[in-house]
Design a protein around this ligand. Sequence first.
Ligand SMILES: [Zn+2]
Length: 405
Amino acid sequence: MAQTVDLLITHASQLLTMEDDLGLIEDGALAIQNGKVVETGSSADLEKRYTGQETIDATGKTITPGLIDCHTHLLFAGSREDEFLSRLKGADYLSILQQGGGILNTVEQLRQATPDDLIQHGLKWLNEFLAHGVTCVEIKSGYGLDYANEKKMLEAISALSGYTDQHLVSTFLGAHAFPKEMKEQPEKQMDELVNHMLPAFRHLAEHCDLFLEKNAFSLDQAEVILERAQSFGYGLKMHTNQLSQLGGIALAKKYQLLSVDHLDTISEQEIETLAETDVVAVLLPGASFFLKESAWAPARQLIDKQIPVALATDFNPGSSPCPNLHFIMNLAVHQLGMLPHEVWQAVTITAAKALGKEDIAGSLATGKRADFVLWSMPNHLYPFYHFGKNFVEKVWINGRFAHRH
Ligand SMILES: [Zn+2]
């Protein structure tokens, strides 16, 4: 006697469960009940054992887990295409920053924005992400930089969860830059961050991130922030080795971070250090592309050392204004030398791991959230081969058809 489930999808030309590499099943089927994956397998097998309240024939199509974007600054205000034009004419990122442009321009605009402005902005871009099959999005604060405005951002992220079907993961990035009113008083800003914001925002943010870089936070300041954030129970993440080597990898090992993000300038010795840890390397080739960096993250060396590699958009108004994870997946193949199966891992199961969510998301394993995408393509190589086309047909989150809002 067949077991009845809420949804039974059969005859996918390829079903990628992402259990054990791609977990590829030809003529695959997927049974869903109560928002969770019951079982995956061959259509012949599952059709014998399950009856769906709803059934879908996926002949000629591919099913994958929902994509996970594990590094975004999605909640910004305004846009910086004028600065982009200056850069095209030869100005560099750090000189723009020193002239009060760059991130401080976005901070200025964010401080003017109302909570409702932020929610409208967030929803617009989350819908765009959903259209590309992204079912879980990490969103960082970090454009408020003072207590009230960082709180405003984190509260907006929290409110956004009520407006979208997507799973949102909130990260406190108060240590993104020093705001201009604190430029001459870095100790005072550090006190604000670790003694006021960190303890107060724990209920609003799951993770804490910081920007270790020249003109941002030093190695000593980074350690103070990580140590304090860890004591409050935040998951720890760090932007490091984007433009320079300041010792971030050793620090990541010491504090057992969830992820180190960027790594465009990571040294061979630091790769050895990273290989001794469980820390995920989150690569952000959209920023390398947009900033016309000469250095790209050494994905092949990281993968050869069995370091888990995730990919993300780094969606932000300054260095990666790209809301399309598929474009990033293509950059990974063409500029980082990653193979398609490694790229699929990097935007599903390894991205989940970078967020500490690998037990509930990132693959279509029994008992995990039924977040998945039906692609109008016969196999998983298509988005790399017919690059530039969005093959996403339908998206389910928690076993329910996901709607744009
Ligand atoms: Zn970032």
